[in-house]
Design a protein around this ligand. Structure first.
Ligand code: COA
Length: 257
């Protein structure tokens, strides 16, 4: 049914697996559109009481937005791309049913942002989180500057955002970016056990827990600012150099222009 996702419904839990393992499950336009459709299924299908988002293969959850799709985009197109992803991620965050991320490897850039849009996160001990966009002369565009700051605090978030350094599973646990670290083999089972516990509660109350917690941390202006700045980066030589260097598998040379 989907080109880039695998989906399965069992015991009222809908599992959405991003399935482009040869590209470490990078988010291209199709993945973003299909993720939006899969979340719509979560909203509409009464048999679905909860959902899990995970990645295909043992190496990666999602290694970011697909950098090969950035080439030649104008500032306006960059901004539109960010908005399309942000809208889907808001749809995840604002779902009235619990949606958890089971992070099975790299959760970088858009992958970290996708995990952070979920209601909470579990990861395997092989997981690595990060917002390495600065390596590309870019900033996060799917809410990373906002949700990372909310989840781990401004100082830690700014360190991660400005260095591009990765956060391993044990540091992610210490920072509160994830709630549990498991072995790779136990990750899905542990996630399902927690969701079964939640499913046993009153769904109307669960929906109101999510909406209230979201209201505690929302800041529309911050997201708008991030989208504008993400678009602006597409007009810079630094971003063109950074993305070309990644695709050509070489080190970028930034000039601040
Ligand atoms: N966009 C597009 N393609 C990506 C990608 C992304 N975000 N992340 C990985 N890939 C591709 C690689 O280009 C490579 O494709 P190829 O085999 O056709 O050359 C394939 O996935 C495997 O990745 P590779 O880099 O060879 O694996 P690795 O183990 O050496 O490194 C990472 C893994 C995650 C460290 C590295 O892929 C990486 O830095 N990815 C980009 C992360 C990023 O900057 N994300 C933010 C984007 S805004």
């Amino acid at each position: 049914m989907y080109q880039t996702l695998l989906t399965a419904l069992a015991e009222n839990i809908f599992t959405i697996t991003i399935n482009r393992p040869e590209k470490l499950n990078a988010l291209n336009k199709t993945v973003i559109a299909e993720l939006g459709e899969a979340i719509e299924e979560v909203y509409q299908n009464p048999a679905i009481r909860a959902a899990i988002i995970t990645g295909s293969g043992s190496k990666s959850f999602v290694a970011g937005a697909d950098i090969s799709g950035f080439t030649g985009l104008s500032k306006e197109q960059g901004k539109e791309m960010a908005k399309a992803g942000l809208d889907v991620f808001f749809k995840i965050e604002n779902a009235s049913k619990p949606i958890l991320a089971a992070v099975n490897g790299f959760a970088l850039g858009g992958g970290c942002e996708l995990a952070m849009a979920c209601h909470f996160r579990l990861c395997s001990d092989t997981a690595q989180f990060g917002q390495p966009e600065v390596n590309l002369g870019l900033i996060p565009g799917y809410g990373g500057t906002q949700r990372l700051t909310q989840l781990i605090g401004k100082g830690r978030a700014l360190e991660a955002l400005m260095t591009g350094n990765l956060i391993n599973a044990s540091l992610a646990l210490q920072y509160g970016l994830v709630n549990y670290v498991t072995t790779p083999a136990d990750l899905m089972e542990k996630t399902k056990v927690i969701l079964q516990q939640i499913i046993g509660k009153g769904p109307l109350a669960i929906a109101r827990c999510i909406a209230s917690a979201n209201a505690a941390v929302g800041n529309e202006k911050g997201y708008q600012m991030e989208t504008t700045f993400f678009g602006e980066c597409f007009g810079t030589e630094d971003m063109k150099e950074g993305t070309a260097a990644f695709l050509e598998k070489r080190k970028p040379v930034f000039k601040g222009s």
